[in-house]
Design a protein around this ligand. Sequence first.
Ligand code: NAP
Length: 270
Amino acid sequence: MSVILVTGGTGHLGRDIVDRLVKSGRRVRILARSAQSRANVEWATGDLATGAGVADSLRNVHTVINAATFSPIARRGGIRLVDFFSSPAAVDVDGTRRLLALCQEASVAHFVHVSIVGLHDASLPYARVKLAGEQLVRGSTLSWSVIPAMPFYYLLDKLLAGLLRIPVWPVPRTVFNPVDTSDVADYVIRCAFDGEHGDRAEIGGPDELSCVEFARQYLSVRGLRRAVLPIALSDRAARGMGFVVSDGVRGSLCWRDWLRRQYLDHRQAA
Ligand SMILES: NC(=O)c1ccc[n+]([C@@H]2O[C@H](COP(=O)([O-])OP(=O)(O)OC[C@H]3O[C@@H](n4cnc5c(N)ncnc54)[C@H](OP(=O)(O)O)[C@@H]3O)[C@@H](O)[C@H]2O)c1
């Protein structure tokens, strides 16, 4: 059976992708900096930033799902001043370039690349890094798919949790539609095996709400009290921060239900 390699298979989206692939009986290999205990997958230890182990990870691989990234904002769950000036490119640009070249040598049949909606208008350095990665994929002679996704709920959750120490939250009125990784994983797998290639439809979540409403639902489900102070952002500034509404495919899990699963269901089960 040919192998599907998932880079970033230990990350939030990657774990959901791997779960689904394993459940459907596919042979899955995860490229990771360190192997973890997990049944029914093969581990290839490697590092996209240095290239170590990447060539070996591609043995007998038919399809690569590239869900690896290095986002300082997602890692720490907060935006710092430095994020407005620079973002490391070793994984998303240099690593993608390296991976594409090795995929060509290994005759990989389909390179599926996960990206972000609205990168052309976005101004944060991480967005520019992701755009450069996308462009490398488009320039490759491999059969490729680029899948733009809206911000994930786990990231919104982390960013809002980071505000808990302040009593008044300044939050943009801007409307957007973040999405859960479970919905994105379903869609990525559909795209990986539907026989089509190229730029794929965007995927976003089912709720088109203002950031203010997302923040209020967060507080309400968690039973917390903070004052939410709506602030106006120009369209340009909003797009620059990635606050857009996606076209194309919609996931089904809404924010309130995701929050309930995250914060209430396990309490009831205990
Ligand atoms: N987060 C969002 O809101 C969002 C929105 C839209 C699209 N996306 C895209 O979706 C994809 C997955 O994002 P995510 O939020 O699920 O990511 P994540 O949870 O931050 O996971 C990142 C993954 O990349 C791996 N990685 C980092 N550096 C590596 C390196 N040097 N070599 C090999 N692997 C490395 C990590 O492995 P370790 O276990 O070794 O750290 C981890 O498995 C990315 O392409 C991202 O740009 C994310």
